[in-house]
Design a protein around this ligand. Structure first.
Ligand code: TXA
Ligand code: MG
Length: 326
């Protein structure tokens, strides 16, 4: 299979010439995969219906599943979505960073209808990764970017994952090593009177509540196909997952957490964080699942991860990866 062009960048000091090349591709309607602080995104001009259609095609993503529009600065958002006081306060505290807000589209929003899957709302985010920032500034347009993986599979946290998952379906991959956070952004819906947490991530519910008060938890109804990120089976490796495991059986691999992981059967072992650090565990999550997901492994047994802080986001992704598949 032909593979995409990959240009590697220093994550902290991206080369201006490469950024200009990538921005030019976006402005012409092409697709560029780029790193964010959470996971790699598959970017296209969010105002260009064709580019957006190209994203859905490249991922094999159902067109009812809306995309996040990324911009460099909050002032660019006023034309796209209706920002209320809660949104402005959250923007002030958490942007740029791993938080996505769902807000009503403005009447004349230039964002392609397909990007928001025909919904009256739009997901928006300002990523903090220096490469994402440089690209969005240079392009000057809102960039629709789902995670850079085939629909339903694990998100990509390295350029290699993007290459393996999307290959020739993307015009350019900007590589800048591993994504520091490792799990996708927190998604908060502000379309109703009550704020609702739709996807846990590195910006925690507690942190958000300190700024805007009580936040409801999404009911997580698996039948809610208006946001298939909420579907139960998602972020799935090829091998099955067995959660809350203590050890691994024959033909299984063990994904551990914390200092108590002995060598306990199974074919291979990796530890999300030997010291029990949830930040380290989140950063390792997808790359370790990728690494353990080889043809000789039928099941990945996963040791328990605490249900606190970033552990909520990790467990959310693990449960979806373990959920029954269609
Ligand atoms: O960290 C991230 O958010 C990454 C990076 C690239 O920014 N992006 C990402 O995009 O994870 P994606 O498309 O893989 O996940 C976005 C989720 C999907 O589950 C989608 O259903 C939901 O956001 N979503 C988008 N727009 C929505 C809307 N208007 N209402 C409800 N859910 C929405
Ligand atoms: Mg995704």
């Amino acid at each position: 299979m032909a593979s995409a062009k990959l240009l590697s960048l220093n994550p902290n000091q991206p080369d201006a010439k490469v950024i200009r090349e990538a921005a030019a591709i976006l402005k012409k309607g092409g697709l560029v995969a780029f790193p964010t602080e959470t996971v790699y995104g598959l970017g296209g001009d969010a105002t260009n219906e064709k580019a957006v259609a190209g994203i859905f095609a490249a991922k094999g993503r159902p067109s009812f599943n809306p995309l996040i529009a990324h911009v460099a600065e909050a002032r660019q958002l006023e034309a796209l979505v209706v920002m209320d006081d809660r949104a402005r306060e959250l923007a002030e505290v958490f942007w740029p960073g791993p938080l996505t807000l769902i807000l009503p589209r403005t009447a004349n929003s230039p964002i392609a209808r397909l990007a928001s899957a025909g919904l009256p709302d739009l997901a928006v985010r300002i990523p903090s990764h220096p490469v994402a920032q440089a690209l969005l500034k240079e392009a000057g347009i809102p960039v629709a970017a789902p995670s850079a993986n085939r629909s339903g599979q694990l998100s990509s946290t390295t350029p290699l994952h993007v290459m393996e998952s999307l290959g020739e379906n993307v015009d350019l991959i900007l590589g800048a090593g591993r994504c520091p956070v490792g799990v996708e952004s927190t998604i908060l819906s502000l379309t109703k009177k009550d704020a609702v947490l739709l996807r846990p991530g590195a910006t925690t519910r507690e942190q958000i509540e300190e700024v805007i008060g009580p936040v409801l938890q999404s009911p997580g109804d698996p039948a809610n196909t208006s946001a298939p990120g909420q579907l139960q089976s998602h972020y799935a490796p090829r091998a099955r997952l067995r959660l809350n495991a203590k050890d691994a059986k024959e033909n299984e691999a063990l994904l551990g957490f914390g200092p108590d992981m002995g060598v306990k059967g199974g074919k291979r072992w990796l530890n999300l964080s030997p010291t029990g650090d949830l930040f380290e565990a989140a950063a390792n999550l997808f790359s370790m699942l990728h690494e353990l997901d080889t043809p000789d492994i039928t099941m990945i047994a996963v040791m328990p991860v605490p249900e606190t802080g970033l552990g909520l986001a990790i467990n959310d992704r693990l449960r979806r990866a373990a959920a029954p598949r269609e």
